[in-house]
Design a protein around this ligand. Structure first.
Ligand code: NDP
Ligand code: MG
Length: 392
């Protein structure tokens, strides 16, 4: 039995992961789970899977333990960030699925890295914030990092089997083609974007996801974060990554080789495919995903991203080029701005403005210390709130 710790079990990736495990329950055991606000859902997860451990916020721990007792669950409750770190690093855990959204996932994901676990990474913000530190720790502690972000998982599947992060060029790889759906506002001009609502922004045409990443997809910040994610995962510079808008989301990304070959990974847009791939790698298991029917699928089309109407992609590229703490600052400002947009405190187009201003106001420092990164994250959040306050 492979024992899985699922951080962010109540979210969209969490649910997809549970579904894959449900279909393969002779091989995988849900050993530990975490939730934040949707604790009723976490309780039913505990009833179904009876994990050994569950982590909830400190303020909810006593009541949650009581509720577990009432329904006859023997799950032990841990709490807070320390509890999440304990879940991720526990000696009985074989695989950690990092599916908490945003910076809140950084410390637990790093704890899994430092414990040398096999990590299925959905929480791209953790890697964006702390790229160099994160990848160094992966190396030092012998952790296995497998991407479940669909594009990165596709690239991983299209790379040579014995791919080495050190010799991208020697392996004949010229370029990574990172696909993007373009989100719900593909083709819209800036003027039209001024008045879009949170409801419109979270209605993604192809994928069903949590609210934050749905807004990121609409602004193209998701692609920006993914560009940074790919730079760290595959050890390349942004110049070696071409963003390709592919509205049907059937091709999930590609690798272009020196000899003219372009390898692509295709499938219906369903996160259970990359999750199942990474869970079982290098084997293959059932994911419950409908096979792709090419005869009835729409024509596959490709276009360039509109970086004028959607400036977030370039803001991310620039933050990566600036290096040091800049990506952590970008990420923090984005999280605050997205929340403000969802609460209707700012316009959709102001998300990019907040990030741009916060980046301009921030001093970039070398990102070689975790405490420093965390304090930059806090500072950028304060700055973002101040900038938002000035909009009124
Ligand atoms: P959701 O919003 O659906 O889920 C987020 C999860 O994180 C929930 O379990 C939530 O708990 C938990 N959480 C939220 N805030 C905190 C906190 N402060 N402390 C601890 N836990 C917290 O998001 P998604 O599942 O869509 O996304 C998760 C991650 O995966 C993100 O980083 C996203 O970018 C990435 N990803 C998602 C994809 C998708 O298709 N959904 C695709 C590729 C990457 P609760 O719900 O109980 O409040
Ligand atoms: Mg993705």
């Amino acid at each position: 039995m492979i024992r899985v710790a699922l951080l962010g079990a109540t979210g969209s990736i969490g649910q997809s992961t549970l579904d894959v495990i449900r279909r393969n329950n002779e091989q995988y055991e849900v050993f530990a789970v975490s939730g934040h606000q949707r604790l009723t859902q976490l309780l039913s997860i505990c009833q179904e899977f009876n994990p050994s451990l569950a982590c909830v916020p400190e303020s909810a721990a006593a009541e949650f333990q009581q509720q577990l007792r009432v329904v006859g669950c023997t799950t032990e409750v841990l709490c807070g960030t320390a509890g999440l770190e304990q879940l991720a690093a526990g000696s009985q855990v074989d695989v950690v699925v990092a599916a908490i959204v945003g910076a809140a996932g950084l410390l637990p994901t790093l704890a899994a890295v430092k414990a040398g676990k096999r990590i299925l990474l959905a929480n791209k913000e953790a890697l964006v914030m702390s790229g160099a530190l994160f990848m160094e720790a992966v190396e030092r502690h012998g952790a296995t990092l497998l991407p479940i972000d669909s594009e990165h998982n596709a690239i991983f599947q299209c790379l040579p089997v014995d791919f080495s992060r050190r010799s991208f060029v020697e392996q004949g790889i010229e370029k990574l083609l990172l696909t993007a759906s373009g989100g719900p506002f593909r083709g819209w001009q800036r003027e039209a974007l001024l008045s879009v609502t949170p409801e419109q922004a979270v209605a993604h045409p192809n994928w069903s996801m949590g609210r934050k990443i749905s807004v990121d997809s609409a602004t193209l910040m998701n692609k920006g974060l993914e560009l940074i994610e790919a730079c760290w995962l595959f050890n390349v510079q942004p110049e070696a990554i071409q963003v390709v808008v592919h509205p049907q989301s059937i091709i999930h990304s590609m690798v272009s080789y020196r000899d003219g070959s372009v390898l692509a990974q295709l499938g219906n847009p369903d996160m259970r495919t990359p999750i199942a791939h990474a869970l079982a790698w290098p084997e293959r298991i059932h994911a419950g995903v409908k096979p792709l029917d090419l005869m009835s699928s729409a024509a596959l089309t490709f276009e360039q991203a509109d970086e004028t109407a959607f400036p977030c992609l370039n803001l991310a590229r620039e933050a990566f080029r600036l290096g040091g703490t800049a990506p952590a600052t970008l990420n923090a400002a984005n999280e605050v701005a997205v929340e403000a947009f969802l609460e209707r405190r700012i316009r959709f187009t102001q998300i990019a403005e907040v990030i741009d201003r916060v980046l301009n106001l921030s001093k970039i420092r070398p990102a070689n210390d975790l405490q420093l990164l965390l304090s930059e994250d806090r500072l950028a959040r304060q700055l973002a709130q101040q900038v938002i306050g000035q909009f009124h």
